[in-house]
Design a binder for this molecule. Structure first.
Ligand code: NAP
Length: 246
């Protein structure tokens, strides 16, 4: 499905980003993993190394210098811009509004929202310069639509990701660059491991499919959006939630 495509994936060292790397590699893509977490990224690369000329680079998505450096290194190594980008880097700092600090608001917005903006801008520019027809997939969250107790910072950042996606899709459509967002519900990754067990049990009762999702189920949706099978889809938000609507 992705044979011959060069794909950059942020948050590649864990959870959904790692699953995206694995699924993309198995679908024939050459994968460039980017993450702050070098150890996690190396583990991901070891999982896919036999399937192609994959590479990983350390990158802090909240820093424009780091993101631009990533694109420079990709150009240097592959002499091309990526045809696909998946923005999966993300963090949570959960606290109810009255307890949430300004610092934790800024941290989450800087990584989840500004980081997505920086990567969309840098990848979009590289795609335009190299006349690449591409697909950008931003990982938002169902919480960006519904809000959630203890996540004013996170929900705002993920709602913003939807705004970036829809605006970018309008700007880039005429260049045949598609931009879409995936909105996961509750997915089994290190990010959700910290959710208290009783809350998780209650959540499961609200999910029509009766279970949490696994990272591969998000990765498969990303593969579809990255491929020509979704050639007429742009500016879309696709919920992958087991039917959950909080
Ligand atoms: P995860 O397992 O924690 O993976 C996130 C990865 O991003 C980690 O490797 C993390 O490194 C990295 N990262 C953090 N800050 C970064 C930065 N500034 N620059 C580059 N990389 C950075 O989380 P996940 O569950 O896979 O989540 C992936 C995406 O899906 C996130 O955007 C998340 O908001 C979204 N999402 C997840 C769920 C869910 O239920 N899991 C639901 C909805 C949406 P460290 O380990 O060093 O922090």
């Amino acid at each position: 499905m992705l044979s011959g495509r060069l794909a950059v994936v942020t948050g590649a060292g864990s959870g959904i980003g790692r699953a995206v790397c694995r699924v993309f590699a198995s679908e024939g893509a050459t994968v460039i993993g980017a993450d702050m977490n070098e150890k996690g990224m190396e583990e991901t690369l070891a999982m896919i190394k036999d399937t192609g000329d994959h590479q990983s680079f350390q990158c802090d998505v909240s820093s424009s210098a780091s993101v631009n450096n990533l694109l420079d290194k990709i150009k240097e190594k592959y002499s091309s811009a990526p045809q696909v980008a998946v923005n999966s880097a993300g963090i949570t700092r959960d606290r109810t509004m009255m307890k949430l600090t300004e610092e934790d608001f800024d941290k989450v917005v800087n990584v989840n929202l500004k980081g997505t903006w920086l990567l969309n801008k840098a990848v979009g520019k590289a795609m335009l310069t190299n006349k690449v027809q591409g697909s950008i997939v931003n990982i938002s969250s169902l919480v960006g639509k519904t809000g959630n107790i203890g996540q004013t910072n996170y929900a705002a950042s993920k709602a913003g990701v939807i705004g970036i996606t829809k605006s970018m899709a309008k700007e880039m459509g005429k260049f045949n660059i598609r931009v879409n967002a995936v909105l996961p519900g509750f997915i089994e990754t290190p990010m959700t491991e910290t959710v208290p067990e009783n809350l998780m049990q209650m959540t499961k009762l609200l999910i029509p499919l009766g279970r949490l999702g696994n990272p591969e189920e998000i990765a498969n949706t990303c593969a579809f959006l990255a491929s020509d099978k979704s050639s007429y889809i742009t500016g879309a938000t696709i919920e992958v939630t087991g039917g959950l609507f909080m």
